[in-house]
Ligand binder design. Sequence first.
Ligand SMILES: Cc1cc2nc3c(=O)[nH]c(=O)nc-3n(C[C@H](O)[C@H](O)[C@H](O)COP(=O)(O)O)c2cc1C
Length: 218
Amino acid sequence: MTHPIIEDLHRRYTVKQYDSTKRISQADMDVILEALRLSASSINSQPWKFVVLESDEAKQRFADSFVNKHLFNQHHATEASHTILLAYDPYFTQDKFRKRVDAEVSSGHLPAEMYDNFMGAYAFAESNTDENGYNGHWTKAQVYLALGNLMHVLARLGIASTPMEGVDTETLNDVFAAELDGHVCEVAIAMGYHKDGDDWNHGLPKARLAQSDIIDVI
Ligand SMILES: Cc1cc2nc3c(=O)[nH]c(=O)nc-3n(C[C@H](O)[C@H](O)[C@H](O)COP(=O)(O)O)c2cc1C
């Protein structure tokens, strides 16, 4: 018998056509958003912002942001139950890191007397920061961890999804500038339930390289 984790990962796939009548329950949304919050990141930096598009108005704004690029993804904006914009902080400063270290102490995870030691971990961010203070390559990598975590959680919940780098980044970041609050969105994920009989990607076998191609156990 296959392990349930492997079964879930075989079942999850990228939806190409949503059933626009089906909605994710509030109970499942609660799990999804808390799982996002619990995502791990280097030095617990959490250099991200997630914007959840739930209202018809927000979904329409997302649909309207597809102007020049990747229009093949546009229909998911209004047909999926929800979409989450995942955005990274391109200028993750030491001062912003302080808020995370405050949480380390207030949560009980870090003894107060270790505060300055933990602040020293910012060196990891610093070594990924250029002379203009830009560290978006590093913070974007953290955002993809949250995306991977989210995709796995959705698989376990039996909720279908479409990760999308195919967004019109320029207009998207303009349209949601207020909500993104200085963060940059280059990937989004639509979530919901596939349309029976209308989703050509549903029920197909997984197309992955063999373990022997990509894994060396030494
Ligand atoms: C970061 C990322 C970006 C993706 N962008 C798109 C996209 O814009 N549109 C789309 O239809 N699929 C997109 N995909 C889906 C991939 O093509 C898909 O995950 C891959 O072919 C494996 O298939 P599966 O997800 O069905 O297992 C993306 C996947 C990832 C992980």
